[in-house]
Design a protein around this ligand. Structure first.
Ligand code: ADP
Ligand code: ASP
Ligand code: MG
Length: 427
């Protein structure tokens, strides 16, 4: 008998028929003798619908009071889907009970709309599992030290599932979704994208942080920190396929050091349309400038991604960085009010029409010239690179949003990812 956590995304929970299908699949695992914990997302479109209603009433009013209500509201989507799944499981003849985040409890900090999980109590869940029940735990949410409902950021049910699996020391966390695994890039953008049988944890972390929305990045961080065995697989296979076949399908996230294995140079292409570029022009090129600009941004709890500072001319320089698009207006206001007067900058510009495209692969460690191959490929298509950032296993460029699909397809071809795995370029 193993303890297994299943996570089902919004599309997989998208109708009563699909919820029934999930219930039948979970029942199959339970009847095979496993203890089952299930973490569902809200039914597809529900979180957007709820947040859209809030926006109609008060378009983007930052502040803790508004954030608190957004979370109170957003968390109801998962509460509904979890109760529906419990009802469907009971209809299958199983004993099932659903818990909201605060009932478990899943304890988080108080950063509304992007709260971080701090700890998970396992007593109540374990007692119900030991009593033979299937336990359903709402994805996406927790409770802060004052008892306020919090949510974990969009796509956060992945993180709930992996964190629950870590807290319960589950044998495996299976992320069921609307694709049959992790692909070399988003198959919706590149139809030639291929499913990977396995992907290293490090690559998955870069893919997720560079924008591959198949897994929320924090879920991959949790999996790495607590070594949670994790697999991404399809919820659209017939529920009654052979359990062992199902358990081996999809993409396994591995923690082995694959460096000795023959490795493709680039394993995947990620892209992200969620960022915006901010430029502060004509700032004096003196020590402490980066701190004065980015310190103020960090103090406002705004995450910064790619950063560049230009060569200075006549003692002045330009400084650019990217932030989440949702934070653009707030960042521009803050710079105008707090930083520009202090530094005497000539201008602050914002550009939301950018995207970031990244190549990822642990094979890049042992190959030179990978980045220049990427730049050549983009220049062949006349795509101008605005910013570059690199790490040991990825290179990212910021380009005009309108070239995103062209760039992703060209790079997918350039690094032989269109080819079946066996014929990939080897080290
Ligand atoms: P869920 O609702 O199950 O959490 P998501 O929409 O969050 O599902 O994630 C699955 C989607 O991620 C897929 O439909 C696919 O379009 C997208 N995606 C982006 N990058 C990748 C990738 N590299 N591999 C697979 N899917 C990807
Ligand atoms: N329902 C939430 C969202 O749409 C969480 C999730 O689906 O993972 O972002
Ligand atoms: Mg998701």
């Amino acid at each position: 008998m193993a303890l297994i956590v299943h996570k089902y995304g919004g599309t997989s929970m998208g109708s009563t028929e699909r919820i029934r299908n999930v219930a039948k699949r979970v029942a199959k695992w339970h009847r095979a003798g496993h203890q089952m914990v299930v973490v569902p997302s809200a039914m597809s479109g529900e979180t957007n619908r709820l947040l859209g209603l809030a926006k109609e009433l008060a378009p983007a009013k930052p502040g803790a009071a508004y954030g608190r209500e957004l979370d109170q509201l957003g968390a109801t989507g998962e509460q509904a889907s979890s109760a529906l799944l419990a009802i469907a499981l009971q209809a299958e003849g199983l004993e099932a009970i659903s818990f909201s985040g605060w009932q478990v409890p899943i304890k988080t900090d108080s950063s509304y709309t992007k709260a971080r999980i701090e700890s998970i109590e396992d007593v109540r869940v374990k007692a119900e599992l030991d009593a033979g029940k299937v336990v359903i735990i709402t994805g996406f949410q927790g409770v802060d030290p004052l008892g306020n409902v919090t949510t974990l950021g969009r796509g956060g049910s992945d993180t709930s599932a992996v964190a629950v699996a870590a807290a319960l020391k589950a044998d495996e966390c299976l992320i069921y979704t609307d694709v049959d695994g992790v692909y070399t890039t988003d198959p919706r953008v590149v139809p030639q994208a291929r499913r990977m049988e396995r992907v290293s944890f490090e690559e998955m972390l870069e893919m997720a942080s560079m924008g591959s929305k198949v897994l929320q990045i924090r879920s991959v961080e949790f999996a790495g920190k607590y070594r949670v065995p994790m697999r991404v697989l399809s919820s659209f296979t017939p529920w009654d396929i052979d359990l062992n076949e199902e358990a081996r399908s999809g993409t396994l996230i591995t923690f082995e050091d694959n460096e000795d294995m023959e490795q493709a140079v680039v394993s995947g292409i990620a892209f992200n349309r969620d960022e915006a570029k901010v430029s502060v022009l004509g700032v004096p090129d003196t020590p402490g400038i980066a701190y004065q600009i980015l310190g103020a941004v960090a103090d406002a709890n705004i995450e910064v991604d790619v950063i560049i500072q230009n060569v200075s001319k006549d003692g002045k320089t330009d400084f650019s960085f990217t932030v989440n698009r949702n934070d653009l207006a707030k960042t521009l206001d803050l710079l105008q009010e707090q930083v520009v007067p202090k530094l005497g900058a000539t201008e602050v510009l914002g550009d939301a029409k950018i995207c970031k495209v990244s190549i990822v692969g642990i094979g890049m460690r042992s190959h030179v010239g990978v980045a220049s191959r990427m730049f050549r490929c983009l220049s062949n298509d006349n795509i101008n690179i605005q910013m570059i950032s690199t790490s040991e296993i990825k290179t990212s460029v910021v380009i005009d949003e309108k070239y995103m699909e062209l760039a992703v397809r060209a790079l997918h071809r350039e690094f032989d990812l269109d080819q079946p795995q066996d014929s990939l370029a080897k080290a």
